[in-house]
Ligand binder design. Sequence first.
Ligand SMILES: [Zn+2]
Length: 301
Amino acid sequence: MTEGATAESESRIAAIAARLSAAHPGAPFAFLDAGEAVYWSSFQPAPHAPFSPVTRLIQGVYERHPASARSLLRHRIYTNAPLTPMCHGMIKVAAKRSAVVSSALSLPTSEIPAARELLELSAHLTSHGALPVSELARLAGLSAGPPRGHQELMDLAFRLCAPEIRSVFGHERGRPIAALLVSAEGQLLEAALNTDYGNRTLHAEVNLLQTYFLRTGLPLPLGARLYTTLKPCRMCAGMIWHCAEDIQSLKVFFGEDDPGPHGRNTALTVGTAARATAAHGDAEFRAPVEFLLPPSSSRLY
Ligand SMILES: [Zn+2]
């Protein structure tokens, strides 16, 4: 149990967990206790899926209660599912920064206390901010014929940030940030824009990863490359790490560094505490994954 929690709140949290566990046996869940109601979500684990009970709860709060999302997400999030770097990253970036997650709650098997409304709030599994790949080459004025070089792909990502392109897809609001997913053979697989002006979780990379998974059901393929105009933040880095079939074969090129707090200590950066937590074994701990690759011209965007 978390440090500083009172005995009363501990027993309340344990009671909520017991009720969820009894009502939905075998379903990993996450919840927050907002006093008048408890909001909860679940997700059955799937390898390399960009979803978990924690991500579905946070995204569900933004989806269903956009006006009160920030105050609801000040409440501590509890889960009985393993916490991955993806979960930690989304809590850091999109929920209350000081939120502490307590996993593996001990569930009393007898006398489950009743009362208190439990509202399911799992985010819908839908795509946000995705761009139709077939349209992009034409809109961005890209000449025909793969494969593309690194610089050309990075420049394409920056061109997608131009207001005239973002407005075509209704994403002119918010910070202009774009992400591309390219196969080992140089084929453009997915593209997405940042749409975090309402839902703070919807960064370009999250939109890209969730759209790609919902469309294909697949992990990021071996040898895949990501091109992002801004260095992936902690949340996006954790999700990229989680979704990669083999993180050592993935390369992430970013056009600009992110000096803000969320751009530091990410799983993709060698030598960070986040990398130490995410890595399984020495080879993953040391694997270079991300590379700075500025656009060829500032007139692209
Ligand atoms: Zn991000």
